[in-house]
Ligand binder design. Structure first.
Ligand SMILES: C[C@H]1O[C@@H](n2cnc3c(O)ncnc32)[C@H](O)[C@@H]1O
Ligand SMILES: [Zn+2]
Length: 434
């Protein structure tokens, strides 16, 4: 196969943790970053991208999504989690099929690419249809099937089989861009037996676990009443927790639970917009970071957010910690950039491959246009400009695995107008079925 070579010229690089000063050229060969230098000759590449007035950073990593729920944007607003899920979302989801999940995932993929996310970790249903959308979009994804058994043994077996089939059929597909995790929904919907079996299978297969934990005060009360322990204490007592577990939300945490998270090297996916919109609470993120816990970022689904703009999510995360602690110095823009890139990569076990701009890593890169009203004057602090001033619509170019998914704000892999049309038709049909 002939080499795919792309040369990005004159880029200001914003790298989490080890920044590279000054303008650089970056050469992509096939799926990898091949060279970063002051000047790389143009004849080394088939394709040249001029990054003058643009900031180059690693593709963003969204560690908690339900991509097909992009179809449900605006469906049930201004409700708390319990009423939102039980009385609104689950009744609609009972009418889902593979096609709806595929179209919803394509719609979400358009939004992710346009706002600079190149990797996302998803938990939902009809995941082989979601995998098809991932394959077509060119994105990178960690996919898990949302397992819910409510203590029913038959259902438990079927749910585990579904996640295992997803693993067998989709893990390492789409040129290696798709990985599969287990997705037990939460400690209040997945039984102890299911969670223990997931731990056993995770050890056997080496794949990770994606779960919602400690999202609301109600969850703490319910789990404590049933198990006599708070959610993280309970999950620890049954042996579920470890470095391969990514816990979404994690809002209500005791000091003992923070110790457990640290001891077990559990990864946290912080979802501030969803937590604010459902009035779930404020996660103690600055305390987690002080304890050197890996905190990554996630949007949750577009039905509780209501968008998938990770730059907006990172700004929200930062401002929310400042106001919650009354300390403007917490969750700085540098920490927010790390949260959206390398911490996400670490949470998903992909930090050898993505999360920084480095030779040898996958070419998952985005360019942000600074020649826009909300980005002028250029700040000498690139992370400040990205986190506090920018939003997803400033993303100009998105590259994943060395493939250009968007250039000059034009998508290359997906037909956005066709997807919008099909998504509108799908949600109209679904609403009629309810
Ligand atoms: C996979 C299932 O998870 C549901 N879901 C979506 N967002 C949340 C959330 O914030 N907490 C709990 N469960 C959630 C989704 O609707 C699927 O049923
Ligand atoms: Zn969720």
């Amino acid at each position: 196969m002939a080499d795919n070579t792309i040369l990005i010229k004159n880029a200001l690089i914003l790298n989490p943790e080890n920044n590279i000063e000054g303008k650089k050229d970056l050469l992509i060969k096939n799926d990898l970053i091949d060279e970063i230098a002051d000047e790389i000759p143009e004849d080394k590449a088939d394709k040249i991208i001029d990054a003058t007035d643009k900031i180059l950073l690693p593709g963003l990593v969204n560690t908690h999504t339900h991509l097909s729920m992009t179809l449900f944007r605006g469906l049930a607003d201004d409700l708390a989690l319990d009423e939102w899920l039980n009385e609104n979302i689950w009744p609609v989801e009972a009418n889902l099929n593979g096609y709806y999940c595929y179209i919803g995932a394509l719609l979400g993929a358009v939004e992710l690419i346009k706002s600079g996310t190149t990797t996302f970790s998803d938990m939902y249903f009809y995941m082989e249809d979601v995998a098809k959308a991932v394959d077509e979009s060119g994105l990178r994804a960690v996919l898990s099937y949302g397992m819910i058994d409510f203590g029913d043994e038959e259902k438990r077996k079927a749910e585990i089989e579904e996640n295992m089939n997803l693993f067998k059929n989709c893990n390492d597909t789409a040129d290696g861009r798709i990985k599969v995790f287990f997705g037990p929904h939460s400690p209040y919907t997945a039984s102890e037996e299911l969670l223990k079996e997931v731990r056993r299978l995770a050890d056997e297969t080496g794949i990770g676990i994606h779960i919602h934990v400690s999202e609301t005060q109600k969850e703490i009360d319910d789990v404590s009443a049933e198990k006599g322990l708070r959610p993280f204490e309970y999950l620890d007592s049954i042996g579920l927790l470890g470095p391969d577990v990514v816990c979404a939300h994690s809002v209500w945490l005791s000091d003992r639970e923070i110790e457990i998270i640290k001891e077990k090297d559990v990864k946290i996916s912080h979802n501030p917009c969803s937590n604010m919109k459902l009035a779930s609470g404020i996660a103690p993120v600055s305390k987690l970071l002080e304890n050197d816990i890996c905190v990554a970022i996630g949007t949750d689904g577009a039905s509780s957010n209501n968008n998938l703009d990770l730059i907006e999510e990172l700004k929200t995360a930062s401002l929310l910690q400042k106001v919650a602690t009354l300390d403007p110095k917490v969750l700085t823009s540098d920490e927010a950039v790390a949260m959206g890139t390398i911490n996400g990569a670490r949470a998903l076990g992909l930090d050898d491959e993505i999360g920084t701009v480095e030779v040898g890593k996958k070419a998952d890169l985005i360019l942000i246009d600074t020649n826009c009203a909300n980005m002028v004057p250029d700040s000498s602090n690139l992370s400040s400009n990205i986190i506090y001033a920018a939003n997803g619509s400033n993303v100009d170019t998105t590259i994943c695995n060395g493939q250009i998914l968007m250039e000059n704000k034009e998508l290359t892999t997906l037909d956005e107008q066709e997807i919008y049309q099909k998504a509108r038709e799908a949600i109209d049909q679904l609403k009629k079925a309810i």
